[in-house]
Ligand binder design. Structure first.
Ligand SMILES: *[C@@H]1O[C@H](CO)[C@@H](O)[C@H](O)[C@H]1NC(C)=O
Ligand SMILES: *[C@@H]1O[C@H](CO)[C@@H](O)[C@H](O)[C@H]1NC(C)=O
Ligand SMILES: *[C@@H]1O[C@H](CO)[C@@H](O)[C@H](O)[C@H]1NC(C)=O
Ligand SMILES: *[C@@H]1O[C@H](CO)[C@@H](O)[C@H](O)[C@H]1NC(C)=O
Ligand SMILES: *[C@@H]1O[C@H](CO)[C@@H](O)[C@H](O)[C@H]1NC(C)=O
Ligand SMILES: *[C@@H]1O[C@H](CO)[C@@H](O)[C@H](O)[C@H]1NC(C)=O
Length: 916
């Protein structure tokens, strides 16, 4: 996981070292004295040599025998299960499915028969199906194996997360191999079912990654039970493997430096991190050698003469078992130097690293990873927000796949909510991970990595009956399960309504965008700085005043950086005239023209690397109501985060000053594509809104409670002589106030305040619980910037978010849209992936609308509504993005961006393989 931001570190770290130091000294002293005393006593009274008890000896011999056994995958499990199946249990047939199997292969008109908890038949419809069988008509919809997420914290980082229920890492010590996820796992975590509703039926729940060796993970099936023992699945059950597969979480890099920086003893550097890992494995190796020596002696003389029991240590045994090859190692590291150090330690002590998690720099070390037979367990488009993932590339998965390295995608739930696991494969595919590999990266590849591909990850006879029926192709935008079956039981089933709606959904799937080898801009007819261009092959325009109502294949002309016309006969004439004057023509295969995306984010332009103060504007105390600061004065242009958002078609961002609570200050609208603050139009509009946080996030020493924050806000807005003019401007509606909150109670109070002061213009940023007040928001004309778009129940203030299909027909944003609330899409995180995906999110939200309206509504969400909320001029024909392909689906790429009178970027520069 990423460092848990919500939770302060428990008290008591600072005294830890001295306490331990003291007790160590006393133990050493006592041991030395006791040994001397014993030696003296023996010298005085020589007695018989101590020998082992019979139990000690037999326990030890059992351990020695056990050491020769290792877990393995029993591939005869499926046939064994079929031969012993209970032929009396009820049979269910999923009739006429389009099966997407664990290797991504597609099979049409397939029947899947299950009996009890296993699959018994997969193939063409059978004539002899029992008349008692229950038939589920799949109607040609896609059916896949249950998804397997090999990096989750479900159950140990519970929703909603509060201080007392976070049990992810025992981060009081840098090395805790003895810690076990199972001891912190809570079957009551509501996320277990919500994650399953996205299609995940199996998760590897890992401890960590706030320390170096965080302990053992466990594999669970997502099931409805109160017993963790009934959830855990064990690779030995039913098979012949003598030992179950175990999973160790290790980590390195920045998380550990941050956590241990202030703890005496550290580690505070990568030098220390490596040291601590090696010290630990040295202990383990010594113990292993002691055990082996004991076993050798025991073997020679049947234990005669052995005077000590078989050496054991709860503290180190997990690492001993790792050295014996019984525990797979899951390593969370990002960069090459970190991974190479860990490979070095693995070589020094003789263990293997099964999977490299997070690893955003894999494309820099493909050969090494490949040669070691390791694999990736990572994300599709994560990175860029901290130093260690700064070098992430959108094309890493593609490059790793080309090198033949197995790829599993993961969510790190709740870092990305496990409910949206399939989206990792969708976005991976968007960035050129081949279709079949994208499917296998969430099914068979992780199943194999867990040593469980003899029962999960595939739809095969004898395998676990874990099945997902989808409402559309699982790689299509917004794909959602209709039914999730776990061990033969229907765990989740969508409403009749969703089943019916899915018939209308497109069952086709989105193609990946052109790779660099398919040169869109072959003739170099487009280059930055150019003011004029003729666009051929334009299919659709969403530009205000220049919209095309239907899909057609036509021409658009840009002169002086302004879109002149799209698609009528006059445009053909304007195009001919331009061409006569030497204006270049760009031939698109399927051109879509959209206004530039406008989004409101937390810190773009003010902070590049979250944990590095030198890369940021800085943080205000949030306490000073008389000095209302403008973000415009802190903006820094030209950084990587801004470049990434710009390359994905975001042309205007709105950011408030960063603060530690309540008062942030004045938000500024600016161009992420500008080189510096003197570039033309760099500051679109200086002070667009007065930004505040109210509720939990608003708490600071000056305003420690929600009531004190609200009281202050009312006082400031009603004061005849407020301490700063902004409060008066807000009170009379000249300046909108934006309030960061998810809480329905804060939102309700703001609506009441607006009823009292009708001139107020209020925007809610966040809005996790806004759906509960949808009608009131619409009536009061209070707008909402959904941030994040997909609310999860991670915090107390979002604990009532409806998860959306298939568990509830509507998600929060659906309710708001239907009620007519003015909506935009923003983020409240430092992760750029959310900002760059705004258009996909908008498209997903508009999915239920008639085809003609869908695109318009989606584009409004990310452009026009935001401009309206923040009083920004609509200038679509001067600030627009041309896409190759439909950007409301996966598979489109930005062809060119026009702003400030000229082309700013052209394909392929826009989607360079290595962003930096
Ligand atoms: C399977 O479903 C599809 C889509 O509804 C339908 O066209 C096809 O005829 C069905 N096949 C069978 C064998 O029922
Ligand atoms: C590491 O992997 C190699 C190659 O698969 C294998 O021979 C060896 O036994 C493994 N070592 C451990 C400790 O698992
Ligand atoms: C799932 O829901 C559909 C539509 O409401 C219904 O026809 C079907 O019987 C349900 N299946 C189960 C197993 O509950
Ligand atoms: C658009 O028209 C041109 C010229 O007639 C043709 O070459 C191109 O294939 C068409 N594109 C589409 C998407 O139909
Ligand atoms: C490049 O120019 C040729 C000749 O004018 C034209 O046929 C082709 O479509 C152009 N390619 C692109 C990508 O514009
Ligand atoms: C709003 O208040 C400001 C500051 O007092 C004042 O300058 C401005 O004219 C007012 N505007 C309106 C529309 O009342």
């Amino acid at each position: 996981m990423e460092k848990a931001r919500l939770l302060p570190r428990p008290n008591g770290h600072h005294t830890r070292k001295s306490k331990i130091g003291f007790s160590w000294k006393s133990i050493v002293l006592a041991t030395v004295l006791a040994t001397l005393l014993l030696a003296w006593l023996r010298g005085v009274h020589p007695g018989p040599r101590p020998t082992l008890t019979a139990t000690q000896l037999s326990d030890g011999l059992r351990q020695c025998a056990n050491n020769h056994q290792h877990p393995f995958v029993d591939y005869s499990l499926a046939s064994t299960r079929l031969s012993i199946r209970d032929s009396k249990s009820p049979v269910k047939v999923f009739r006429n499915a389009t099966l997407i199997d664990g290797d991504g292969s597609i099979h049409h008109e397939v029947d899947i028969e299950i009996q009890g908890d296993i699959i018994t038949y997969v193939g063409k419809p059978r004539a002899e199906t029992s008349t008692e069988a229950v038939i589920v008509g799949v109607g040609g919809r896609y059916l896949s194996p249950g998804l397997v997420d090999m990096h989750s914290h479900v159950g140990i980082r519970q929703e909603p997360q509060i201080l007392m229920n976070a049990d992810v890492t025992e981060s009081t010590l840098p090395v805790t191999p003895w810690a076990r996820a199972i001891d912190g796992f809570k079957p009551s975590d509501a996320a277990i079912k919500i994650v399953a509703s996205g299609g995940t039926t199996t998760s590897l729940v890992l401890a960590g990654a706030s320390n170096l060796i965080s302990g053992e993970g466990m594999v669970i099936k997502h099931r409805d039970t109160n017993s963790v023992w009934e959830m855990e699945i064990d690779s030995t059950s039913g098979g012949t493997s003598p030992k179950r597969q175990r999973y160790l979480k290790m980590a390195c890099g920045e998380n550990i430096k941050q956590i241990f920086e202030k703890i005496p003893g550290g580690p505070i550097s990568r030098l220390g991190e490596s040291g601590y890992v090696r010290f630990a494995f040295e202990e383990a190796r010594n113990l292993l050698q002691g055990q082996d020596a004991w076993c050798e002696r025991a073997a020679v003389a049947g234990g005669v003469g052995l005077d000590t029991p078989y050496p054991t240590s709860l503290h180190w045994q997990t690492l001993v078992d790792t050295l014996r090859g019984d525990v797979s190692v899951h390593l969370h590291c990002y960069q090459t130097q970190d991974v190479f150090s860990q490979f070095d330690h693995a070589d020094e002590f003789g263990y293997n690293i099964t999977a490299l998690h997070h690893i955003t720099q894999a494309h820099e070390m493909l050969d090494e990873i490949k040669n070691r037979g390791s694999m990736l367990a990572t994300f599709s488009d994560e990175g860029g927000f901290k130093n260690e993932n700064y070098h992430a590339s959108w094309y890493m998965l593609k490059l790793a796949a080309e090198a033949g390295i197995p790829i599993a995608l993961t969510t790190d739930h709740p870092a990305k909510h496990g409910q949206f696991f399939a989206q990792e494969a969708q976005i991976g595919h968007h960035f050129q991970l081949e279709e079949k590999l994208a499917i296998s990266s969430i099914t068979s590849v992780p199943a194999r990595a867990l040593g469980l591909d003899n029962r999960i990850g595939w739809v095969r006879p004898g395998y676990d009956a874990d099945l997902v029926v989808w409402d559309s192709h699982p790689l299509a935008l917004g794909a959602t399960p209709l039914q999730v079956v776990v061990d033969g039981k229907t765990y989740i089933n969508a409403s009749q309504n969703l089943w019916e709606e899915s018939v209308k959904r497109k069952q086709a799937f989105a193609p990946a965008p052109p790779s660099r080898s398919q040169k869109v801009n072959d003739n170099k007819t487009c280059s930055p700085g150019q003011k004029d261009i003729v666009l051929r092959g334009v299919i659709k325009s969403y530009i205000n005043g220049l919209r095309t109502s239907a899909l057609s294949n036509t021409t658009a002309v840009v002169r002086g950086g302004v879109l002149q016309c799209v698609g009528d006969s006059i445009c053909e004439a304007i195009a001919s005239e331009a061409i006569d004057k030497g204006v270049p023509e760009l031939h698109l295969k399927a051109g879509y023209i959209l206004p530039g995306i406008v989004s409101a984010t937390r810190s773009h332009g003010l902070s590049e690397l979250v944990s590095e103060p030198s890369t940021k504007d800085g943080e205000l105390s949030g306490a000073d109501v008389s000095r209302v600061i403008s973000a415009a004065d802190g903006l820094r242009f030209g950084d990587r985060r801004l470049a990434i958002t710009h390359r994905r078609g975001l042309t205007t961002l709105i950011t408030a000053p960063i603060s530690n609570g309540f008062i942030h200050g004045l938000s500024t609208a600016f161009r992420p594509g500008a080189a510096h603050s003197l570039s033309p139009g760099a500051i679109v509009k200086r002070d667009v809104s007065l930004f505040l946080s109210i509720g939990h996030e608003g708490k600071n020493t000056a305003f420690p409670s929600e009531s004190s924050q609200f009281n202050e806000l009312r006082t400031l807005l009603t004061s005849q002589s407020p301490p700063h003019e902004s409060w008066a401007l807000a009170a009379n509606g000249t300046l909108p106030i934006t309030v960061r909150t998810d809480s329905k109670d804060v939102i309700a109070k703001l609506i009441a305040l607006k009823r009292e002061l009708p001139a107020l213009r209020v925007v809610i940023h966040g809005g996790g619980e806004a759906h509960l007040l949808a009608r009131e928001l619409a009536a009061a004309r209070v707008a909402v910037v959904l941030a994040p778009f997909r609310c999860s129940r991670l915090t107390w203030e979002t604990r009532s978010c409806p998860p959306g299909p298939p568990l509830t027909d509507a998600a929060g944003p659906d309710v708001l849209l239907a009620a007519g609330v003015k909506l935009g899409i923003g983020i409240w995180d430092h992760r750029d992936r959310w900002a760059t995906n705004a258009l996909w999110e908008a498209s997903w939200l508009a999915r239920g609308l008639p085809a003609g309206r869908r695109g318009e509504v989606a584009v409004d969400l990310v452009a026009r509504n935001m401009r309206e909320m923040y009083g920004l001029e609509v200038r679509d024909e001067r600030e627009f993005v041309v896409y190759e392909g439909d950007p409301l689906e996966y598979g489109a790429s930005v062809a060119l961006i026009v702003e400030e009178g000229e082309v700013q970027r052209c394909w392929p520069d826009v989607e360079e393989e290595y962003v930096y």
